[in-house]
Design a protein around this ligand. Sequence first.
Ligand SMILES: [Mn+2]
Length: 573
Amino acid sequence: MKGLTKRWQTPPAAPAEGNLRHRILSARGLIQKEEIQAFLGPDLKAVTESAPLAGMDQAADVILATLEAKQPLVIYGDYDVDGITATAILWHVFHGIDPEASVSSYVPHRLEEGYGLNAEAVRALADEGAATIVTVDCGVTALEEAALARELGVQMIITDHHRVRDDGQLPDAAAIVHPSLPGQEHDFVDLAGAGVAWKLALHVARRSCGRDEVTPKLRQILMNGLSLAAMGTIADVVPLRGENRAIAYFGLRHMANCDNVGLKALLAASGSRSANDAEVVGFRLGPRLNASGRMGHAASAIELFTTADAARSRELASELSKLNTSRQEVERGILEQAREAAKASGMTEPGSHAIVLRHPDWHPGVVGIVCSRLVEEFGRPTILMQDDGEVCRGSGRSIAGYSMHEALWHCEDHLLTFGGHDFAAGMKLSSSQFDQFAEAMVAHATANIPAENLMPQLNIDAEATRPEINMTMVKSLADLKPFGRSNPAPRVLLRDMKIVSAKPFGKQNNHLRLQLESPERGGTYLNAIWWGKASLGKSATNRRVDVVGKPEIDDYRKTEHLVIEDMAWLEVQ
Ligand SMILES: [Mn+2]
């Protein structure tokens, strides 16, 4: 089915029995009573009582021995939210086990060093006397760096959740803690780096106590860490099911009581008192933390979560907010230029199924976010790069059903380095190769993406009737939170609604407020809003439509309403 702006994916054939919430759960594969109960009422035991991850015992041996011998231990992190929170989780638990322990952290510079373990950093840490390096959110493909660490006499413990190398080779480390090592898969393989770090932290804490029941102090540290793990899990966009759902659910719930001064300062700086919603992490906290890596150095985000000094934490939180504001400004500038350039290049026309552009002034730490916006706007995979005259550096984002990573493999002759996955990737190439690269990418995308796939897909959970969208039902849908990947906010289809009124609203009058009448033409109108669609305006009034949206509570009016995502005209005018 086709709407005005998206392809609709309606729920499979026979609609399930029961009320709207039941039908939504059933569309998401939750059918048995026990499954539904477990989903609606998560249990942290799913995380704390499941089998240990591969490598955890060996890792705990090395870590506890290092702490006991008071030898320097370095946590080697990453500059995104997942890596930042994972670093802070281990830092606090190790310090909790021994406040005198020599535990520090290292995070590579996003633009200068790039992602993952690098030899120069390993060498520098070894020179400074590190006895043990514990990676988080990286390292599982770092064969050479692990070999170097061994040569330098540093014990390397790798904790990661990224895919292992295609050839199956693993680094020669003292321990590898990972949820999906071939042949040693954990019951739940989709943990984020912060989830892996939290489970290791719990295991080490238990081992240090000699039993499963840890001390009250360590318990508090672990609960605070769970709030950090929730942030990493949500920000890394891993599926919010199974153990991840429990981590996100309990970590968000604990956030209001979390006594990490940095997290408190960050909540205050972002104008949120707590973060009971995954959206607060996605839209407020996450971007501020990521801004450190993109615009400055992620070390300041790690300091935020590890300092005990409240004044310093406020200073850091406000610094992150400023970096985020300048990131937004830079992003706006690139977006305007890139949008114009994309149109001018003809890459948004039929017959060109990808956008590949470069510019000398585009900030390589920000282009990835702009790619996402262009993908949304033009429905095409997009690559944007900064060209410094010699080398082009940039990022790409793709659409469902087209692997950016595979596309880059196809164009590897033109590339110096690249890495990533299906939806997102980073790459570097010599400026002289740019034109050939762009041509090859656009040709590959055009040949491999059917034209109809350029329209983004909208997955619908269930059909609903007007009376089903009521306060009681909408409130009960909140039990499905936290929403995120693999558990999005429920989306329903209402058929044959009549638009009774449609008026622009908002500061810039760019949104649309509507009233919809049900096919029975009785009962109360359904209030609805459609963000950014004021242009549809009066022409919509009196028309009949099928409409897709998310039932929500209008906080201001204290009633249920539908946040519209798309509609389809039922008759031609
Ligand atoms: Mn990660």
